[in-house]
Design a protein around this ligand. Structure first.
Ligand SMILES: *Cc1c(COP(=O)(O)O)cnc(C)c1O
Length: 353
């Protein structure tokens, strides 16, 4: 059996979720008449204690709608280079919103107020004729940094700074529920100071498609207009929203299981001296294979021939992510296969003279 640990986006809908999709009553959401889309948006607005919510097809669309809604052409956005908006979304933000990025570059992906002060000071800001930072983005958890949690206090500090310079606060919370569950802090503590926040329904929560944005009625209305511009309106969207609503009602607590599975995988891989494994407390494990003399791409393709798929994550590391379709037994089997693959490729040490 093949064990796919590339990402928490590879999940297949559960029986209960498929039933919810099958039974969804639908209407035309462009007339505001899809009862399940409305129910999902109301549920999430209430869940995150915001005025309004918007269902979109995915996290990338939510991010682009947010950047478009919060800026005017010529504005500037502060974020870390490792964030999804910069790292994975091509140059979409410059193309759609006509803005530029000022990037912090931290090994951890975390920045603090002093980093933002440096970004501010890096250009002329004498008056409104110069580029003004209009948005500060925080990503939580950090998708390119092993799923690390952006600590709550630090996040609120940088959001406080954002407010002091007149910038909007955007939280790319694709996996914000993971941060909340792993830290045992109520999710609304993470989201309360964000003007807009987007979360993925199709990652650990296991829905086949979808993202939800939350914020004030005014900002969500702006994002809704741009969703139309971008062709993101869905007529009988309830077929998809039903999966998202089911996920919100049934799959949130179970994220803790993915965290446990990741911790277990980390423990089992910890026996490898030549390939250190890292775990940041949520649902990702990374394995540094740089001493093996092969690239993560090469290692990944060998590993999938052995029955386990991981993601070539960067120049040194593979990433493995447990998810809703992965059992404890899968994790144990995967660990055996990964360990064997590492040992297979460990260069022989020079004999001790
Ligand atoms: C996955 C992810 C996205 C994009 O979501 P898609 O639904 O794949 O478009 C955005 N931001 C972060 C932090 C993510 O992990």
């Amino acid at each position: 059996m093949f064990i796919d640990l590339r990402s928490d986006t590879v999940t297949k809908p559960t029986e209960g979720m498929r039933k919810a999709i099958y039974q969804a009553e639908v209407g035309d959401d462009c007339f505001g008449e899809d009862p399940v889309v409305r129910a999902l948006e109301e549920y999430c607005a209430d869940y995150f204690q915001k005025e309004a919510a918007l269902f979109t097809t995915g996290g990338t669309l939510s991010n682009q709608l947010a950047m478009k809604s919060l800026t005017n052409p010529g504005d500037e956005i502060f974020l870390d280079a490792s964030y999804h908006i910069n790292f994975y979304e091509a140059a979409a933000t410059s193309a759609f919103s006509g803005v530029n990025f000022s990037l912090s570059r931290h090994d951890s992906g975390l920045f603090d107020v002093s980093d933002l002060e440096k970004l501010y000071a890096s250009k002329c800001r004498w008056n409104q004729n110069y580029a003004m930072p209009r948005v500060v983005v925080v990503e939580n958890t950090l998708g390119c940094k092993g799923g690390a949690i952006f600590p709550l206090q630090q996040m609120n500090d940088v959001f406080g700074y954002a407010k002091s310079i007149g910038a909007y606060r955007y939280l790319d919370g694709a996996r914000i529920l993971h941060a909340s569950i792993a830290s045992s802090i109520d999710v609304t503590s993470y989201t309360e100071n964000a003007d807009l926040m987007a979360m993925c329904l199709s990652k650990g929560l296991g829905a086949p498609v979808g993202s939800i944005m939350v914020g004030s009625t005014e900002l969500i209305q702006r994002a809704k207009k741009y969703r139309k511009w971008f062709g993101g309106d869905l007529h009988q969207g309830g077929m998809m929203a039903a999966a998202g609503l089911y996920a919100m009602q049934h799959h949130v607590e179970r994220l803790a299981e993915d965290h446990e599975h990741a911790a277990l995988l980390h423990r089992l891989l910890g026996e490898l001296d030549d390939a250190p494994a890292h775990y940041k407390g949520t649902n990702m494990v990374t394995l540094d294979i740089s001493s093996l003399g092969m690239s993560p791409l090469q290692f990944g393709s060998y590993l999938s021939q052995q029955g386990v798929a991981g993601l070539p994550y960067n120049a040194r590391e593979m990433r493995f992510m447990p998810h809703i379709n992965i059992t404890r037994t899968d994790i144990q089997k995967a660990a055996e296969i990964i360990k064997a693959a590492v040992r297979e490729h460990t260069p022989a040490r020079e004999a001790i003279k």
